[in-house]
Design a protein around this ligand. Structure first.
Ligand code: ADP
Ligand code: MG
Length: 696
């Protein structure tokens, strides 16, 4: 795509080219991210005023907006300063007053000469049974009265701009909007009853009724669809590009997978088997795999990952799995190494802690191909880490990783298949928006034998009672995580809070019973604290959220979370997922600082009601909005002007399949519809995104 098509130029001109917009209002609009006529076109009215012509104000139930033709009667200037100027008027059935404050008599006599006919529109109110219209919104001669819209749109305003210039400017940009070729599949448009692009804009900006203002109105649906289609096309282009890149078919012979399955003490769930199958098929194809494995905490993603890594090894290559934390990388090592050994596979770990000759030896073994599976932290992607024949890279718990890391990964080996695993069950609309360029496998089934976790809300003031109960539980051999709050956005204050809680619990429960782990500890101490807890030497582990991601201690059956109200629901869900992994009845105590706000209580109540991560994420989304749920900084989520991620999941799904199909039929966007789709991408300013994404 060389440059923005000429047909779109008027929509990308200065705002001041529009009627009603001067330098001042242009500046005001720019403050609200409305910088071009195009932006104004996608800023839709949020409500409307019924200005249907009536015969008399008696036809509406005051107070209400009314539009009537009147004969202007007597002018009553104010008797003293500060009083209003009143003008008697008469419609078809009654008389009422037009009321003006601080008005110039000369001006009013010119505007409303006694004896003449005028159409006035404004809010009618009753005072002592006398109808009044204070400062009518419109006063026009009957000849000009057609200028009053029957249904007047009301725009969201920003300081420094009023409805009138908004109406004028949107009217002008509607007039200037070109007729664009249709990019929506004609069959889809017919099925949905969507208007053409320009007609949709006209209807959305100049609705005839309240119904037409609803997001479900055909015109608005179409415009929302345009936005999500542009986004999905961008993702689909990125996906197509990635798949076109040279890849290799990696086919396993099942020999090592079989040995692991035989050694395993459990049978894989149906969902695990299905996911492994999807991954195996994708890896076997000659293009690069770019796949997301989504599964709630505890759904058994690690097993799926191991099988995929074994496929790479069976095919004679290597695999790498990157975890977001050192603790998690070590846990993968401990969990996977015995299984790898069963299969005769060499598995090693590489983290930032590997230094000197140790590290050099590992790097040498990697180049030689003597290490077949490498697990580790982001250290596995340092420049000098070179593989002999890397075929699969897995990123665990990717919500900790930004887009940048994803791109680094792509650079490691251009034929490397990529599997991203996430435990954040984000709502489908967000998954589509954020990972629309990837193929998705879902683990929607939990391994059997899990007992539900009982969740309770407890005020911080009951801390002593909680400690007493904990003492009893510890005496029964139970283990407990105690998560300390994020005091501020500072690891140091987290640490202080955790250390203080540690001291207090140690004093209450006894020396040697309580362990502590936080982000500021030296690595060896962290490992030791984790090891002691896993081994059951300590019964209580006081921690900051470093335990959030992926730690697995099946015997732990109590989770205490302090200041639960300060955590996101997804995070609480992750934390709670640390318990309920064994057969013991598990408990999660959400401690809050009273008083809880109404919404704060509602959020915690959801945690009590359900353990379904998808439902929790949907509720979280509904309450907080898209950016918050994922964390705006790394979300890479588009900002839509019309589409609504929270409510238009179906549109997003439709757009994804539509976009992929379009690219399948017309990979280079050269057909008539393909050309139209290019115009859409430029219109939606996806030009930059296309270039950006095609780098990765
Ligand atoms: P996550 O998806 O959160 O990464 P893990 O892979 O850590 O989950 O698995 C959680 C626990 O469930 C582990 O102890 C694992 O051994 C166990 N597990 C995994 N798959 C099964 C299965 N099919 N049946 C029984 N237990 C399983
Ligand atoms: Mg995991």
């Amino acid at each position: 795509m060389s440059g923005r098509p000429e047909i779109l130029w008027p929509l990308f001109a200065d705002l001041e080219t529009l009627d009603g917009i001067g330098p001042k209002s242009a500046q005001a609009l720019a403050g609200a991210h409305i910088e071009k006529p195009r932006d104004l076109l996608f800023t839709l009215p949020h409500s409307g005023v019924d200005r249907r012509r009536r015969a008399s104000i008696l036809e509406v139930q005051a107070p209400a907006v009314c539009t009537v033709e009147v004969t202007v009667g007597k002018h009553n200037p104010p008797a003293q300063r500060g009083r209003p100027y009143r003008i008697m008027v008469e419609d078809a059935q009654t008389t009422f007053q037009l009321v003006f404050f601080r008005a110039h008599g000369d001006y009013l006599r010119k505007l409303l000469p006694t004896g003449q006919r005028r159409v006035v529109s404004g809010k009618v109110e009753l005072f002592d049974n006398v109808g009044q219209m204070v400062h009518p919104d419109h006063i026009l001669t009957p000849d000009d009265a057609a200028d009053i819209p029957v249904f007047e749109p009301v725009y969201p305003l920003t300081a420094g701009i009023t409805q009138k210039p908004m109406f004028k400017a949107t009217g002008d940009v509607l007039a200037k909007a070109p007729d664009l070729p249709e990019w929506i599949d004609p069959a889809l448009r017919a099925r949905e009853g969507w208007p053409e692009w320009k007609a949709a804009l006209q209807q959305a900006h100049r609705p005839m009724s309240t119904a037409e203002l609803q997001p479900t109105a055909a015109a608005r649906q179409r415009l929302a669809y345009d936005e999500v289609l542009a986004h999905q096309l961008t993702l689909a282009l990125a996906r197509a590009q990635a798949r076109r890149g040279k890849g290799r078919g990696t086919v396993g012979d099942n020999s090592k997978q079989k040995r692991v399955l035989a050694a395993l003490e459990f049978a894989p769930t149906g969902a695990q088997t299905r996911a492994v199958g999807e991954i195996a098929e994708d890896m076997g194809k000659p293009h690069k795999m770019n796949r997301l494995l989504q599964g709630d905490v505890g759904s058994g993603k690690t097993f799926v990952a191991l099988m995929a890594l074994l496929i790479a090894v069976e095919a004679g290559g290597q695999g790498v799995m990157m975890a977001p934390t050192e603790i998690l990388a070590r846990q993968h090592l401990e969990g996977l190494r015995p299984l790898a050994e069963d299969a005769g596979v060499v598995l090693e770990i590489l983290t930032g802690r590997d230094k000197g000759s140790d590290r050099a030896a590992k790097l040498a073994a990697l180049v030689a191909g003597d290490i077949q599976i490498l697990v580790g932290t982001h250290a596995v992607f340092q420049k000098d880490v070179v593989f002999n024949d890397l075929r699969l890279a897995i990123i665990d718990e990717q919500h900790r990783f930004g887009v940048a890391q994803r791109m680094e990964l792509g650079a490691k080996g251009d034929a490397v298949d990529v599997l991203v695993m996430t435990a954040t069950p984000i709502p489908r609309s967000l998954a589509l928006a954020q990972y629309g360029d990837m193929d998705v496998s879902i683990l929607d089934e939990k391994p059997p034998g899990r007992t539900p976790v009982t969740t309770a809300l407890v005020a911080t003031s009951k801390l002593d009672a909680v400690v007493d109960r904990l003492r009893a539980a510890v005496a029964e051999g139970r283990q407990c995580y105690w998560v300390c709050p994020l005091v501020e956005e500072s690891e140091v204050s987290d640490m202080t809070a955790a250390e203080e809680r540690f001291k207090r619990l140690r004093a209450a429960l006894g020396e040697g019973v309580v362990g502590l782990v936080h982000g500021q500890m030296p690595p060896s101490q962290k490992d030791e604290a984790m090891r002691a807890f896993v081994a059951g030497e300590t019964s209580v582990l006081v921690a900051t959220t470093v335990i959030e991601v992926g730690v697995n201690v099946p015997n732990a059956s109590i989770m205490v979370i302090e200041r639960a109200e300060s955590f996101g629901l997804a995070q609480l869900h992750q934390l709670r997922g640390r318990v309920g992994r064994g057969s013991a009845q598990s408990t999660c105590l959400l401690m809050y600082q009273a008083p809880l706000s109404e919404s704060g209580r509602q959020r915690l109540e959801i945690m009590r009601e359900t353990e379904d991560g998808f439902r929790i994420s949907e509720e979280d989304l509904a309450m907080r909005g898209a950016g918050d749920v994922i964390g705006t900084a790394q979300s890479g989520l588009p900002r839509f002007r019309i589409a609504d991620l929270e409510r238009q999941t179906a549109l997003m799904a439709l757009a994804q399949s539509d976009a992929r199909k379009l690219l399948l039929d017309d990979p280079d966007l050269t057909t008539e519809r393909g050309q139209a789709a290019r115009v859409l991408l430029w219109l939606m300013e996806q030009d930059k995104a296309v270039r950006l994404i095609s780098v990765g």
